[in-house]
Design a protein around this ligand. Structure first.
Ligand code: F6P
Length: 412
């Protein structure tokens, strides 16, 4: 029910963060907290995601505390707790959530998360009438934010989620650094990059100088794998320093000769409360296939949590504050079940607020890389993707030292 005169009512808003951490979470919390406080809300933080609303609750008062939004991770902590029954936890814990919302007198809930966390929030809104507002976050960048990217007059559906800009910058930097080791040892380095079922994050390696990439969106069938290995050989042999960095998404489906089928590689058989397994290990398999078939020295290297950790980068700082402004809008209008998003990629910060909208929190998950962004025939991200990335990262960043010393020939 809509209440009159919501402004400066002194009601209570609670923020929670769920799922994997990102460098932009504290920035999101701080931006939302500051704006909600201006509106007169008392602001609480729920610890460990949905878990903080189970049992006796684990709730902090964020109202008047100093906060460093540039510091990565989440001061509220996070978990992959699912309040709804799942295979792993069949118990329905929604009554505990409702009881705690009542006990702590929480009027509005802002859930900062990906598809799982926001999906649960949306369900609470639909089934229990809890006023919720979603706030996007993911390093995988796989939420359907419907952010349009104009490239050479063509509108491409892109994604822009807080967390991704910082993480993709980390991937660019990591890739840029590893080049010197690949060059020094005349090696191929197969770099494994998080991202689950989407290749958005792997794309950051392009601006770090990686020339070939594999993404989960395209299955590496027997034929494709053979062609890929030929391409690897050709690229390596023609590279000036006999080195190559290949970026591979953790969720790549790779043909396994022994099994006679393509499959993803799991780090463990365990699944979380939302039913997701953990990927990990594909780079080792690809590196040994390269060595065994091409006889070129190849090493696997995982970027693991490197992209997810560390400080919030400037682009994310801007993005989170712009989206938090939109949260104010939703609060004032009492429009719940919505999530603020950027509706367009824009070059200038001043234009962001005019290109911000909100979408329904439901049905936002698993947006793969747009087909315009990757070319499977060349195992490469396209120019359109580089243009998308340039909006976020500016220019590519990798070391390049083109030495050309003359060879000494002994006089016999
Ligand atoms: O969804 C974010 C993400 O970092 C994925 O890229 C990755 O597959 C997963 O989380 C790893 O999760 P965990 O925190 O369980 O290691």
């Amino acid at each position: 029910m809509k209440s009159k005169h919501k402004l400066f009512h002194g009601k209570t808003l609670a923020i929670l963060t769920g799922g994997g951490d990102t460098p932009a979470l504290n920035s999101s919390i701080e931006s939302i907290r500051n704006r909600a406080s201006f509106l007169g809300y008392k602001v609480y933080g729920i610890r460990h995601g949905w878990k903080g609303l189970l049992g006796d609750g684990d709730v902090l008062d964020l109202s008047h505390q100093p906060y460093d939004g540039f510091y990565g991770g989440t001061a509220l902590r996070s978990s992959r707790t699912n309040p709804f029954p799942s295979k792993k936890k069949p118990e329905n814990r929604v009554p505990q959530i409702l009881r705690n919302l009542e006990r702590y007198k929480i009027d509005v809930l802002v859930s900062i998360g990906g598809d799982d966390t926001n999906g649960a929030a949306k369900r609470l809104y639909e089934t229990e009438g809890i006023p919720v507002i979603g706030f996007p976050k993911t390093i995988d960048n796989d939420l359907r934010t419907r952010t349009m990217h104009n490239y050479n007059g063509k509108e491409i559906e892109a994604v822009l989620c807080p967390g991704y800009p910082s993480a993709v910058k980390g991937i660019m930097e990591f890739t840029g650094r590893i080049q010197t080791t690949a060059e020094s040892h005349s090696r191929i380095i197969v770099l494994e990059i998080m991202g689950r079922d989407a290749g958005w994050l792997t794309g950051g390696a392009v601006f770090g100088g990686s020339e070939l990439a594999l993404v989960p969106e395209f299955e590496m069938t027997k034929e494709r794998k053979e062609f890929f290995l030929e391409t690897v050989k050709e690229r390596y042999m023609s590279s000036p320093k006999k080195s190559l960095v290949i970026a591979v998404s953790e969720g790549v489906r790779w043909y396994d000769e022994e099994k006679g089928k393509t499959d993803v590689v799991y780090a463990s058989s365990e699944v979380d409360e939302y039913g997701h397994p953990r990927f990990g290990g594909i780079s080792g398999i690809i590196a040994s296939d390269i060595y065994n078939k091409l006889h070129i020295e190849a090493r696997a290297q995982s970027t693991a949590y490197f992209a997810r950790s560390g400080e919030c980068r400037l682009y994310d700082r801007r993005l989170t504050t712009t989206l938090a402004d939109k949260v104010v809008d939703l609060l004032l209008r009492e429009e719940y079940g919505q999530m603020p998003v950027m509706s367009k990629m824009v070059k200038y910060q001043e234009l962001e607020e005019f290109n911000c909208s909100s979408i329904d929190m439901g049905d936002i998950g698993n947006r793969p890389l747009s087909e315009e962004y990757y070319n499977i025939d060349e195992f490469k991200f396209t120019d359109a993707f580089e243009d998308f990335l340039a909006h976020i990262l500016g220019k590519p960043h990798f070391l390049k030292f083109d030495y050309d010393f003359p060879i000494v020939i002994p006089r016999d």
